[in-house]
Design a protein around this ligand. Structure first.
Ligand code: ATP
Length: 350
C-alpha cells in the first residue's frame, strides 16, 4: 500500500503560514497533480511529504505508517526536481544507477534496471556519455529515469518538464503518461501549467494561498470550477464572467437578460461561461466585435458586452468586421453561476 494521507497538516516559515491545514488523500497508484500560481505552496507540500521540511502540525502518512517525523531516507520516496540535478562527473549509466547503489542493490540487478529505465526513456545510446554531452531534454530524461528505476512506491515530481522546449515538453508529457499507465505508482506532480495538469492528472488539487481550493478529476475542474479563481486559472483563454443582478428570476446584465437560477432574486451574480460554449448568431447576449484572431484550428473573438469583455471561440472560417454587432447564446448546460461577493459557485441543482 502506498497511499499518501495529509491530515490537518500545517507548515510555517517564520510567521508565514505557507500551508494552512491540508487534508488530502492520494490513492495508491494515483497520478495527483498539484496546480496553482507561484507561491501557493505546491513545492512546500511536496517537500513536507519528502521529509525535506519539518511540519508544524498535523500528520503525513504513507500507507498506514505515520512518517511525519521520519528523515527523508526512511520514507522510500523517489524525487525529480525542477532543477534536475544530474551529477556532471558521472556517466548517464552511473547517474541512473545512483539511487540503486545508495540502497546497496546487487550489481546484476542495477545493471538490468538501469538498462530497462534507459530503454523506457530512449536513453540507451547515451549510457556512457557525460551530462555535458547531452541536450537539456536528454538530461531531463536522465533525472526522470533515475527516479523511475528505484522501486520506491511514491514518486514526486516538481515541474520536471519546465526546462524543455515546447515540442519536447509535449513529447515528454505523453511519455510520462504512458510510463504511468504501464507502471502505475503513486505520483505527486507539481506544475503551474494548467494544460499539463488537465492532460496528466487522475485528479487535480488546485491550490491558492496555502490551501486546496478544489480537488477533483480534470474534466470536473474544467467544467465546474468551484470559484471564479479556479475558472480563471484553468482554461486558455479563461472562463468569461459577466456581472448581472437578478430580479423576477431574470439575470440582468449590461447587454443581456437571461433566465436566472431559482432562489437568487436580488443577488449580484457572475454568469460564468467558457469561450467555446457560446453560440454565435442568435441568443440573449448583445455584443460588439472588438478583435478577430484567426488561430488556425479556430478563430478567437474578443467581444464587448456593455462595459465588459468576453472571449468567444468561433469556427476557423468565421469572419466578422470590427465593431460589428452580433448576438451570442451561452450553452445553458455549461453556464456556471458564481456569487459575485464571495466568488464561489452556486450549488448546481440536483
Ligand atoms: P512556485 O510555483 O513559484 O515554485 P510554489 O507554489 O511551489 O511556487 P512554495 O515554494 O511552496 O510555492 O512557497 C509557498 C510560500 O512559502 C511562498 O509564500 C514562499 O515565499 C514561502 N517560502 C517557501 N520556501 C520558504 C523558505 N525556505 N523560507 C521562507 N519562506 C518560504
Amino acid at each position: 500500500m502506498a497511499s499518501v494521507t495529509f491530515e490537518s497538516m500545517r507548515k510555517l516559515y517564520g510567521k508565514t503560514l505557507a500551508l494552512k491545514s491540508i487534508d488530502l488523500i492520494i490513492r495508491d497508484g494515483e497520478f495527483m497533480v498539484l496546480l496553482g500560481p507561484s507561491g501557493c505552496g505546491k513545492t512546500t507540500l511536496l517537500r513536507c511529504l519528502a521529509g525535506l521540511e519539518r511540519i508544524d502540525g498535523g500528520t503525513v502518512r504513507i500507507g498506514d505508517q505515520d512518517v511525519s517525523d521520519l528523515p527523508p531516507r526512511d520514507r522510500n520516496i523517489a524525487m525529480v526536481f525542477q532543477s534536475y540535478a544530474v551529477f556532471p562527473h558521472m556517466t548517464v549509466f552511473d547517474n541512473i544507477a545512483f539511487g540503486l547503489r545508495m540502497r546497496k542493490t546487487p550489481k546484476a540487478d542495477i545493471d538490468r534496471r538501469v538498462r530497462e529505465g534507459a530503454a523506457l526513456l530512449q536513453l540507451e545510446p547515451f549510457l556512457s556519455r557525460y551530462p555535458a554531452q547531452l541536450s537539456g531534454g536528454q538530461r531531463q530524461r536522465v533525472a526522470v529515469a533515475r527516479a523511475l528505476v528505484t522501486d520506491s512506491p511514491v514518486l514526486l515530481m516538481d515541474e520536471p518538464l519546465s526546462n524543455l522546449d515546447a515540442l519536447l515538453r509535449l513529447h515528454a508529457r505523453a511519455e510520462l503518461k504512458r510510463l504511468h499507465s504501464e507502471v502505475p505508482r503513486t505520483t505527486v506532480y507539481v506544475t503551474h501549467d494548467q494544460v499539463e495538469a488537465l492532460s496528466m492528472g487522475d485528479r487535480i488539487a488546485v491550490m491558492r494561498d496555502g490551501e486546496i481550493v478544489q480537488l477533483d478529476a480534470p474534466g470536473v475542474i474544467y467544467d465546474r470550477p468551484a470559484s471564479v479563481f479556479v475558472g480563471s486559472f484553468i482554461g486558455s483563454p479563461p472562463m468569461n464572467f459577466l456581472r448581472c443582478v437578478t430580479r423576477d428570476r431574470t439575470a440582468v446584465g449590461d447587454g443581456f437578460e437571461i433566465d436566472a437560477p431559482s432562489g437568487t432574486d436580488g443577488r449580484t451574480l457572475l454568469l460564468g461561461i467558457r469561450p467555446e460554449n457560446i453560440r454565435i448568431g442568435e441568443g440573449p447576449i448583445n455584443g460588439t466585435i472588438v478583435v478577430v484572431e484567426p488561430l488556425g484550428s479556430h478563430t478567437l473573438l474578443t467581444v464587448r458586452v456593455g462595459t465588459e469583455t468576453m472571449k468567444v471561440v468561433a469556427p476557423a472560417d468565421f469572419t466578422a468586421r470590427p465593431n460589428e454587432q452580433m448576438r451570442f447564446a451561452p450553452d445553458p448546460h455549461k453556464i456556471r453561476w458564481m456569487d459575485e461577493p464571495t466568488g464561489r459557485a452556486l450549488p448546481v441543482p440536483q
